[in-house]
Design a protein around this ligand. Sequence first.
Ligand code: ATP
Ligand code: MG
Length: 369
Amino acid sequence: MNQTITVDEQLSEEISDASLQRSLARSRQIEEDISTHPGRYRILTGDRPTGRLHIGHYFGSLANRVRFQNLGVHTMLVVADYQVIYDRDGVGQLQENVLSGLADYLACGIDPEQSTIFTHSSVTALNQLLLPFLSLVTVPELQRNPTVKDELSNNPHRPMSGLMLTFPVHQAADILFCKANLVPVGKDQLPHIEVARVIARRFDERYGRGQAGDPIFPQPDALMSPAPAILGLDGTKMSKSRGNTIEIGMTADETAKLIKRAKTDSERQITFDPVNRPEVSNLVQLAALATGGEPQQIADELGDAGGGGLKKLVTEALNEHFAPIRARRAELAADPDHLRSVLREGNAKATAIAEQTLAEVRQAMQMAY
Ligand code: ATP
Ligand code: MG
């Protein structure tokens, strides 16, 4: 059985417009189905513990994870600790970042009884899937992956690590080990889901099936996030690594001070116009997200209140929204033993799932001795 990879089957660099439209349509279909059939879905999501979680994470993904969990969808939440080192020389404040992120998750409403929270490095059977999976992609395919290419062009003087090059395959292992069929992503991450789909298909074609004759791995769907990207205080995308964030765990005073510094413009009339006035519109958007209101209406109500009036409103809205979350977070952060026990339980659950999948893989590959 000597399979070669045909051209049209190869992983491509760009997601075509047609394929983007298909993913958007599929996402809408799933959104409609998910509340009536939550049991059909398993979501895989997670974060790299590279710093403190911020309100961009909250409004961009965390709040949505809690929503799906509360609809009854089983969610697997990976703390992607091994992935911290794909573009860094050391692990940094790893322990602190892991525990702080976990406190954020729980404070924001992730319930460890309903969602499985686990650390990547602890689930050995998951990581073993990398060997067969790596055999299913080619080096040129990996080199064409947009994240890998971005890394190359952003850091032309830093030789790329093997871990970075193979990063899309690790992500496929994270998704497939637990047979997740839904991965919430932004548009830029569609190519990663494609890697997982292709690996699932190629595994089936080359290595075989489970005992019941079904493919071992489902082909996951992307669930496109409706949330806008939140900008940081400097007007660029809020990112841990850019030092422009408002952290979920900050105090009300810290939040107020940071918002005072946020970039706006000199026009007194407040409008919601993300294309021409991105900074002002971002603040209006944050006020809308924090209060559950509509950005346009908030801008109308502010009228000629100017940057000062807008900042006052955003500060109050954020501090009110995050007050109960921050109070819970402080209690959780004060009890690291409890946080560690949550992780141990999540790791045990994820390990049981991974071992089951690895057993099926070994069986299919005639490696069950
Ligand atoms: P880094 O600087 O290390 O890249 P980051 O702050 O950009 O960190 P990521 O770990 O890259 O955070 O982001 C994880 C996920 O959180 C993203 O895929 C996205 O869903 C969400 N997210 C992050 N930043 C934002 C933002 N500014 N607005 C909306 N969503 C965001
Ligand atoms: Mg990022």
